[in-house]
Design a protein around this ligand. Structure first.
Ligand code: 13P
Length: 245
């Protein structure tokens, strides 16, 4: 049985005052029956880790330490209280030219210090319209995930680029097709035990009003939520929808 996961990615949003949203969320969900993970900007990581939820970061450097001005290592994230880190988000793949090789190295660095790597992948609209979605996802899966993946140290997030921050959401059949494909590829590569244990999240315009139907799709083990994770009033009903799914 995979434990469901509601993960929030705050992206480059949130000053100290934003931590009040975590307090409100904790009041609304004192004992959630699903895993709840918040990924604030790194400036809020240590403070957020004092609260009741699991905390993750949004990126890490593949090296342990050294002359990399402005970068943060996985070990530093762990030291600040993080338990997970997002790697390979499409915004990093686009803004920073990150390809699957570097994403895999980052995931490996995260796993090496005991962090769960949340490896993101997704197709562009052009790629979907050209019916290349499964090829793209297959390539990103093969290239971005280290060989030592386990059900504990890996989460996969399917985030179609065209659905992020747009209000557009794939049909349930389209989500199901990609999630079934990811599950099958994970089982083929890592065997049934690991392949069936890794959680696969959907991300891209998940909101309170569409969460339940998305969570009804087989092989959707939760969500990676952007905009709607910033306010407790929005994220709370998404957590509740996952709890009752
Ligand atoms: P939105 O939920 O704002 O579409 O963002 C999704 C996302 O990119 C989460 O990583």
């Amino acid at each position: 049985m995979r434990r469901k996961l509601a993960a929030g990615n705050w992206k480059m949003n949130g000053l100290k005052s934003q931590l009040a949203e975590l307090e409100a969320l904790a009041k609304a969900h004192p004992a959630p029956s699903v895993d709840v993970l918040l990924c604030p900007p790194v400036t809020l990581l240590a403070a957020a880790a004092q609260g009741p939820f699991c905390i993750g970061a949004q990126d890490c450097h593949p090296n342990d330490a050294g002359a990399h001005t402005g970068d943060i290592s996985a070990q530093m994230l762990r030291d600040s209280g993080a338990e997970a880190v997002i790697v390979g988000h499409s915004e990093r793949r686009e803004d920073h030219g990150e390809h699957s090789d570097i994403v895999r190295a980052k995931a490996r660095a995260a796993q090496a210090v005991g962090l769960t790597a949340i490896v993101c992948m997704g197709e562009s609209l052009v790629q979907r319209e050209a019916q290349n979605t499964l090829d793209i996802i297959g390539g990103q899966l093969a290239g971005s995930i280290p060989d030592n993946a386990t059900a504990e140290n890996l989460v996969v997030a399917y985030e179609p680029i065209w659905a992020i921050g747009t209000g557009l959401v794939p049909s349930l059949a389209q989500i199901g097709e990609v999630h079934d494909f990811i599950r099958a590829r994970l089982e083929r590569r890592f065997g049934a035990g690991v392949g069936r244990g890794v959680r696969v999240l959907y991300g891209g315009s998940v909101k309170p009003d569409n969460a339940s139907e998305i969570f009804s799709v087989p092989n959707v083990d939760g969500a990676l939520v952007g905009g709607a994770s910033l306010k407790a009033a929005d994220f709370s009903p998404i957590i509740s929808a996952l709890e009752t799914s």
